[in-house]
Write a protein that binds this ligand. Structure first.
Ligand code: CO
Length: 683
């Protein structure tokens, strides 16, 4: 630190009126977006941001990240909150600090490239609702995917921050693909597009301190705009990388408030403030003010969320990131997916297969959605490939990627895999080379016709256009057409504390209070027993479905819904219960979390006694029905797609196991299904 002026420690003043630094490091706070996305499965509610909003506005942050990424999906899907409303609400409390959002370029806040008309409408609404800074990235670093959203940012006079996704094929910066030249050239491309700042987006925490130094030095020399470093803590290197980046002249650093820091999130702000105190890069922040905010978060907010924290391991760093270079979120998604399929023992095979799949798919960076695309395909290969056949079950997203629908990959895709993926692909077997959105037909008018009056304004329409299944469900809750299920409701601090007290009691081995007998309903003969393991203890519990045992129904030709006799169909376990007939309440939401939540493994639902004779098409994995491609009575050839099943955000086209006629269909669009659920009967 020889080039820095260090104040005399005895004169040092913690107060914010200490002498201003010559070149203070600017800081963006990520607590309200990436912080809870990384640690608490993006479940942060607006009402829990308000208690700290005004104090955070006083800190002096360059910006606060409040929106984008997975927040839009999670809010409408799991929290019954209108994502647009969050911007407007928080703006009433943050009067001076600009708002930043994470924009997935043409993917907006979803998982695929949307048509230009949807992108334009989304950008209009995001700007008009109050976003100021658009941190924009493309998962393939293909900036043709910026061509629609960037002019919109400029049209509204907002800040365009262009991202370079930081990824490696070697243990450290360098090699054939992702070397210093690659990143410098990407920065030049961004500057030429009018970037107001450039962000190195290190989503997996891969950047090593000396590489950060070298890279930031090179970027500062190559571009005139401010350089911003976003480096997740996951591997444990980021605080060191921050310091080296600061020495190299980085302009802006990302941090979180302490309770939202570390693990797969970001380094905390307070140690950075103290480390730089009195130097020529002093942030100028009042550390006591930060402590006050932390106090509120710890006492009033975190009790509601800490059960979401993955505390299955004592270590707060993930060595696997250094070994396998998989981003933290992706890793926990893989583990959850394997666990749901009772295949956790295959994790080592997954680690081995992952770099092969990534290479086959063009050495793409691993960031949403490519991390999921590569991750899920890897799991599919490990679980379903046979000795004679690789890539036996290719996801719809891998097909899209092979077609060019996500953009240009860093190196060409393996031609054999590409050919197999595109065989019978509905857009054509010949991949495209143009900007992906050019082949996408406008989507907004179609969405408008589908959703009709349920979308009251453009905000609603854009929500539906991006998330047709869950977006529609949300709009039904929003306008009182359907009762939102209990699990989307907020928990009060009192409820959270009561729950925590019970957990503590159970952990200490104290008897858990029994519910009062008068309130206890009679146990039915259909009650299913479960063993619940708490540390080394095991408690047997019986679970009874309220409103009677669910029965499996098949919609048969003619629209009759014959109820299977109770008892013949074992009740599938929530969260994957099929909707009991008649349809009265929305099916339990069991869609995968955008960021991995520590969820218990749902038990596999046994195949129900079929109400129709024939060959069943079963779900190979738990997921949500996107759509049926065939109806009852349709004839199918073996291999024809019958149903699209979304699992871990990836769409899987499930083929007919044999030729014949669709005798029965078990579910409808939006239903959650367990592994082995019978989706259709072919006879
Ligand atoms: Co991030």
């Amino acid at each position: 630190m020889s080039e820095h002026t260090v104040l005399n420690m005895t004169d040092m003043n913690y107060a914010p009126d200490r002498p201003a630094a010559a070149n203070p490091v600017k800081v963006m706070d990520l607590t309200l977006r990436d912080g809870h996305q990384s640690l608490f499965a993006t479940r942060g509610r607006t009402e829990d941001m308000i208690p700290v909003a005004e104090a955070m506005d006083e800190v002096g942050f360059w910006a606060v990240e409040t929106w984008g990424g997975a927040t839009f999906d999670t809010m409408h899907r799991f929290l019954n909150e209108d994502p647009w409303e969050r911007i407007r609400t928080l703006k009433r409390y943050f009067k001076k600090t600009p708002f930043s959002m994470l924009l997935r370029a043409q993917n907006l806040v979803g998982y695929r490239n949307y048509a230009d008309d949807v992108a334009n409408a989304f950008m209009d609404r995001a700007c008009e609702n109050g976003m100021d800074i658009f941190r924009t990235f493309d998962a393939l670093n293909d900036y043709r995917n910026f061509q629609t959203v960037v002019p919109k940012i400029k049209e509204y006079g907002m800040h365009f921050q262009g991202c370079i996704c930081y990824t490696l094929t070697e243990p450290r910066l360098g090699g054939e693909v992702y070397n210093l030249d690659y990143f410098v050239n990407k920065a030049k491309e961004l500057e030429a597009m009018g970037a107001d700042s450039i962000c190195v987006k290190d989503m997996a925490g891969l950047i090593a301190p000396y590489d950060a130094y070298e890279l930031i030095k090179a970027l500062k020399a190559a571009s005139k705009v401010p350089i911003h470093l976003h480096s997740h803590f996951t591997s444990g290197m980021s605080p060191m990388s921050h310091l080296k980046a600061i020495e190299a002249g980085v302009d802006i650093i990302d941090t979180c408030m302490t309770p939202y820091a570390y693990r797969t999130s970001h380094a905390a702000i307070e140690p950075l403030v103290m480390a730089l105190l009195g130097t020529n890069r002093d942030t100028g922040f009042d550390i006591r003010k930060l402590a006050e905010i932390n106090e509120i978060l710890e006492k009033e907010v975190l009790p509601k969320y800490k059960h979401l924290l993955d505390d299955s391991k004592v270590s707060i760093i993930d060595i696997n990131v250094l070994l396998h270079q998989t981003p933290g979120g992706m890793l926990s998604n893989l583990v959850n997916q394997l666990r749901e399929m009772d295949a956790l023992d295959k994790i080592d095979a997954v680690y081995k297969e992952l770099p092969k799949v990534r290479k086959d798919l063009g050495q793409i960076p691993l960031v949403t959605p490519t991390s999921q695309i590569v991750g899920i395909q890897t799991v599919n290969n490990v679980l379903f490939d046979e000795p004679g056949e690789r890539y036996k079950m290719i996801t719809g997203q891998v097909k899209d990627l092979c077609y060019g629908l996500y953009g240009k990959t860093a190196v060409p895709i393996n031609s054999e895999v590409q050919k197999k993926a595109l065989k019978g692909y509905d857009r054509g077997e010949e991949p495209i080379t143009c900007r992906p959105a050019e082949v996408l037909k406008p989507e907004l008018e179609k969405a408008k016709a589908e959703i009709g009056d349920l979308a009251v304004d453009l905000d609603d329409l854009v929500t539906y256009a991006m998330f047709p299944v869950t977006g529609k469900k949300f709009l039904q809750w929003k306008y009182g057409k359907e009762e939102p299920p209990a699990e989307v409701k907020a928990t009060s601090l009192e409820e959270a504390k009561a729950k925590e007290a019970l957990v503590q009691k159970a952990r200490k081995g104290e008897v858990v209070e029994k519910a009062k007998l008068a309130e206890m309903p009679a146990r039915s003969e259909n009650a299913r027993k479960f063993n619940v393991f708490i540390d080394d203890d095991c408690v047997e519990v019986a679970v009874d479905e309220v409103g009677g045992s669910p029965v499996i129904n098949f919609l048969q030709a003619g629209g009759q819904i014959p109820a299977a006799p109770a008892g013949t169909a074992p009740a599938p376990v929530t969260p994957a219960a099929p909707t009991p007939a008649p349809v009265a309440a929305p099916a339990a939401t069991a869609a995968p979390a955008p960021a991995a939540a520590p969820t218990p493994a749902p038990a596999a639902a046994p195949a129900p006694a079929a109400a129709a004779d024939g060959t069943p098409l079963s779900a190979p994995m738990p997921g949500m029905i996107v759509s049926y491609q065939k109806n009852v009575g349709d004839t199918v050839a073996k291999g024809d797609t019958v149903v699209i099943l979304e699992a871990m955000k990836m769409e899987n086209a499930l083929p007919a196991p044999c030729s014949g006629t669709i005798k029965a269909i078990g579910y409808k669009s939006g239903d959650s299904v367990a592994k082995n659920a019978v989706l259709a009967i072919i006879g």
